[in-house]
Ligand binder design. Structure first.
Ligand code: NAD
Length: 509
């Protein structure tokens, strides 16, 4: 299997035979989708070294910024050309619907175009030193070799949010998709090569997090680690990167409140609450998995939500009739089922779902019916933890203060929403919510131009927007004295005058 991409060549793993490949499963029916290379730590070393050489000797970091932008534009054009193929691969690999796969490809095309445009803007600034003898400016340079590590729920999207700004800024990189969903990233790297990225600029590694991912993080030739994944892994990544004092950016999970006031438009709020919770079977870092509903609306809202959740059609992501695909793996479904069992034990009321579908056609896939719990409190694990499945919990609030208190009662802080027809309430609540993105009367959209990231334990740093480019740049201050004269600070015998200046020659003033 030659699907590692190192220094401009597609190569096989250097692992021992038997350990050098991995099978990738279709979560819809457990069938084998592909067999791909499983890298060894020696491959991580080769890739990191190729990236290091490409950074020091290659043309990329010194390429005119506008030309770097052109490469990103060409990648975007190729994404448009191969949209259907990429969407199909993403659907097969993750279980998400083809429609969602297409949305992902369109989104990353926009992200590549956005950073293409930003590549030659904001090249630096002159600083007024307040001194006619000084020229001072701040410039931006690439950080160096970046290790980019992505999760399985949005393989193309999460990797592209890193790749596009890292490339635009002139870095070189080693990248790794999740071992569960490597297929679309292999295609993406082929497109980056086709677009003309010089050898060594983007190097693709495949394999497990414990072996390959951790070797990437600790490799001495890596300067920056950008990781998207779970909180427990994020903690390990941060600790492992500390030894080398590497720059670390973390996009971790979320437990995202969706706050609904009684004056919200009922049909729209229910509709979006379903999408917020069950889009991609809830395997979305910003999923609205924690509904917080005003007391007077609660019962009607839950009844309609359950009615509509029960009608959600599960199935093959490639079937246009499918509304929701499976979970990513048997292990992950087991974990979600443990949360469901625990919630019942803790006294939450199961309104609907909580079990696998009866349809025999879905028996080999990792499916779970959309699940709704009421009577929940923020100390229950099903409310406090990121369950990352089709499970939504409902809590009640009596007034605005209680709504905000509940929405902020979490260790996470990635995203949330508020639904109301009162614009002042909407702005007040959005302003008080301690989350990196807050939607008002909407759920889930993001913009390439707007920063994305988490408060609290949802992460460190921001992706997208101008800050997303800054993650991959070093700021450098260049200070020039245009009237240099001897300073004569250390003149030994010469005493200081009363004003503190030396008496002979040029002065520090
Ligand atoms: P994960 O933490 O298990 O794995 C993420 C990636 O890290 C994978 O590529 C994995 O192989 C690798 N990895 C695992 N152990 C590693 C180690 N010790 N060192 C280096 N790399 C290692 O996460 P997942 O289950 O793939 O993805 C789901 C998680 O991702 C959820 O918690 C979700 O909220 C989060 N996520 C966050 C965002 C965001 O924008 N904040 C977006 C998408 C997903």
């Amino acid at each position: 299997m030659k699907d590692l991409y190192i220094d401009g060549d597609w190569v096989a793993s250097s692992s021992e035979p038997g350990e050098d490949t991995r099978t990738v499963l279709n979560p819809y029916d457990s069938s084998v989708l592909a067999t791909v290379a499983e890298a060894a730590s020696a491959d991580v070393g080769r890739a990191a070294h190729a990236a290091r050489l490409a950074f020091h000797r290659g043309p990329w970091p010194a390429t005119v910024a506008g030309e770097r932008g052109e490469l990103l534009r060409r990648i975007a054009d190729l994404l448009v050309r191969d949209r259907e193929e990429l969407a199909r691969i993403e659907s097969l690999d993750t279980g998400k619907t083809l429609a969602e796969g297409r949305i992902d490809v369109d989104d990353i095309t926009a992200v590549f175009r956005y950073y293409a445009g930003l590549a030659d803007k904001d090249a630096g600034r002159l600083v007024d030193a307040g001194n006619p003898d000084v020229v001072s400016r701040v410039t931006y340079e690439p950080v160096g070799v970046c290790a980019l590590i992505a999760p399985w729920n949005y393989p193309l999207l999460q990797m592209s949010w890193k790749l596009a700004p890292a490339l635009a800024a002139g870095n070189t990189m080693i990248i790794k998709p999740s071992e569960l969903t490597p297929l679309s990233t292999i295609r993406l790297v082929a497109l980056i090569a086709e677009a003309g990225a010089p050898p060594g600029v983007v190097n693709l590694l495949l394999g497990s997090g414990a072996e390959v991912g951790s070797a990437m993080v600790t490799h001495p030739e890596v300067d920056l680690v950008s990781f998207t994944g779970g909180i427990a892994t994020g903690r390990k990544v941060m600790a492992a990167a500390a030894d080398g004092i590497k720059r670390v950016a973390l996009e971790l999970g979320g437990k995202n409140p969706n706050v609904v006031f009684a004056d919200a438009d009922f049909d729209t709020a229910v509709d979006y609450a379903l999408a917020a919770a069950f889009f991609h079977s809830g395997q979305v870092c910003s999923a609205g998995s924690r509904l917080i509903v005003e007391e007077s609306l609660h019962d009607d809202f839950v009844a309609e939500l359950a009615h509509r959740a029960e009608a959600i059609r599960l199935g093959n992501g490639l079937d246009p009739a499918t509304e929701c695909g499976p979970l990513i793996s048997a292990e992950h479904r087991d974990k979600v089922e443990r949360y469901i069992a625990q919630a019942i034990e803790d006294g939450a009321k199961l309104v609907t779902g909580g079990h696998r579908p009866e349809d025999p056609e879905l028996a080999d896939g990792f499916f779970l019916r959309p699940t709704i719990f009421t009577g929940c409190t923020s100390d229950m694990p099903v409310v406090a933890d990121e369950v990352f499945g089709p499970v939504v919990t409902v809590e009640r609030f009596r007034d605005e203060d209680e709504a905000v208190t509940l929405a902020n009662d979490t260790d996470y802080g990635l995203a949330g929403a508020v639904w109301t027809s009162d614009a002042s309430v909407a702005q007040r609540v959005a302003g008080r919510m301690r989350h990196g993105t807050v939607w008002i009367n909407d759920y889930h959209p993001y913009l390439p131009q707007a920063e994305w990231g988490g408060f609290g334990r949802s992460g460190i740093g921001r992706e997208l927007g101008a800050a997303g480019l800054d993650e991959y740049r070093e700021a450098k201050h260049i200070y020039q004295n245009i009237r240099p004269q001897p300073m004569r600070w250390f003149t030994g015998a010469e005493p200081l005058s009363e004003t503190g200046t030396r008496q002979k020659g040029g002065s520090p003033q």
